[in-house]
Design a protein around this ligand. Structure first.
Ligand SMILES: [Zn+2]
Ligand SMILES: [Zn+2]
Length: 144
């Protein structure tokens, strides 16, 4: 188990959590709409420590779960299975991108695979555009 630190874009919300070095994705249509693509998530062991709860908006996406985001910067933070019917304590799946994950974290699970759209794959390398940060900014005329 690892101790991870996370925060939203503006820093109003900070989250600390224990979790394995395992990253997953959810292909369901609700995550796709919420994230703009698959949700990359880290399943927390126990309960995370959340600072800045007053900045979080919790949206009930079903009767048993809610999704939290920062009201100030809009950053998606977590999927939360609320305490009750399916989990006595409740469970948090943090948006992977808010965490300082090590490069050796393993991307090893996916759910709702039957809902994955066909376009969730890169075109073959010869026919796709790939740019570094510097190349992209330069293409926009932004000095680097
Ligand atoms: Zn924020
Ligand atoms: Zn989902």
């Amino acid at each position: 188990m690892n101790n991870y630190q996370g925060k939203c874009l503006c820093g109003a919300v900070e989250i600390q959590a224990q979790a394995p070095g395992s990253v997953g994705t959810c292909h369901c249509s609700v995550c796709r709409r919420w994230c703009g693509g698959p949700m990359f998530a880290v399943h927390v062991d126990g309960q995370p420590q959340i600072t800045g709860e007053e900045a979080i908006t919790r949206y009930a996406s079903s009767e048993f779960a809610e999704r939290g985001f920062c009201s100030q910067c809009g950053c998606n933070l977590f999927y939360h299975l609320k305490p009750g019917q399916f989990s006595a304590e409740g469970e948090y799946m943090l948006a992977a991108g808010i965490l300082d994950l090590p490069d050796d974290a393993v991307f090893d699970n996916e759910i709702y695979t039957d809902a994955q759209p066909g376009w969730y794959r890169f075109a073959d390398p010869a026919s796709r555009t790939r740019m570094t940060e510097k190349e992209f900014l330069t293409s926009l005329g932004i000095p680097t």
